[in-house]
Design a protein around this ligand. Structure first.
Ligand SMILES: Nc1ncnc2c1ncn2[C@@H]1O[C@H](COP(=O)(O)OP(=O)(O)OP(=O)(O)O)[C@@H](O)[C@H]1O
Length: 258
């Protein structure tokens, strides 16, 4: 497929292949992701959405046998270059996982963890400010401000997921990758996360992997449809859902498979 280019991409991928051992899980994917839009990755189970998402902040580095070919640029900088500091990269390109995974630490320390590691605060007052600001942006401050020393794991599932978003935001990322962030949540908690994604739009480049097509339609402005490791179609979400160019996209969104 021809690369869909954007004037000012935050992330650009060019001819990206991802392998697990001999098996090719992603085949020649070239896309641009910009700051202004939420981008959804959709497609049937096993099509490679999560694999591709993980390649964008080198989370695949942690999987034995996983290998990435091609180029991925963050603001024009090759993230697989030997000069790239991976810890720094993962602060710039944060990630929120399917299952909320707060550290077994206090709510405060969950959010303060990254800023401490990266030396973002000069002292306690500044760290307090960063924690409050991140929790506020994640829509959680009002619910937790009087119990910051309680354990993060004692929160409800939806609150835990917002805590994980606050943790990602606290290090001032440029991109937030979300891998099915609502799949373990009930409809009310899901709606809160979707509202939050709306609020965060434009402040960070956001990419969300979702199984839920209604969710993709609700939260994203750009959608990429993957099938068997290939990027089949990438464009305006409204176009993908109402007027897809490719038969395979049409079959998927009309529920013929997946
Ligand atoms: N750690 C791994 N080792 C080997 N193969 C893997 C690994 N992770 C994923 N795969 C394979 O790579 C392909 C893509 O998997 P991936 O999880 O990226 O798909 P997905 O579209 O995110 O699926 P789902 O929607 O079910 O999460 C699948 O065939 C899968 O079996």
């Amino acid at each position: 497929m021809v690369a869909e280019t954007t004037a000012n991409p935050k992330i650009s991928t060019r001819n990206v292949n991802v392998y697990y051992g001999e098996k090719k899980a992603i085949d020649n994917v070239s896309i641009d992701v910009d700051m202004d839009n939420v981008t959804a990755f959709i497609g049937p189970s096993g099509c490679g959405k999560s694999t591709f998402l993980r390649s964008l902040n080198r989370m695949n580095d942690t999987i034995v046998g996983a290998r990435v070919e091609g180029n991925i640029f963050l603001d024009g900088q090759d993230i697989y270059a030997s000069s790239m500091d991976v810890v720094q990269l993962r602060a710039r390109v944060g990630m929120v996982f399917q299952k909320p995974n707060p550290f077994p630490k206090s709510i405060y320390d969950n959010v303060a963890y990254g800023p401490r590691i990266h030396g973002l605060a000069a002292g306690k007052a500044e760290l307090d400010q960063i924690v409050e600001s991140a929790l506020t942006r994640a829509g959680l401050w009002g619910e937790v401000k009087d119990r910051l020393s309680d354990s993060g794991t004692a929160l409800s599932g939806g609150q835990q997921q917002r805590l994980c978003i606050a943790r990602a935001i606290a290090v001032d990322p440029e991109v937030i990758l979300m891998d099915e962030p609502c799949s373990a949540l009930d409809p009310i908690a899901t709606a809160r996360i979707e509202e939050l994604i709306h609020d965060l739009r434009g402040k960070y480049a956001i990419i969300i992997v979702t199984h839920n097509m209604q969710q993709a339609a609700r939260v994203s402005q750009r959608t990429a449809f993957f099938h068997l490791g290939n990027l089949i179609e990438f464009g305006e979400t409204s176009e993908i859902f109402t007027n897809p160019r490719e038969d395979r996209t049409k079959d998927y969104i009309t529920g013929r498979y997946g």
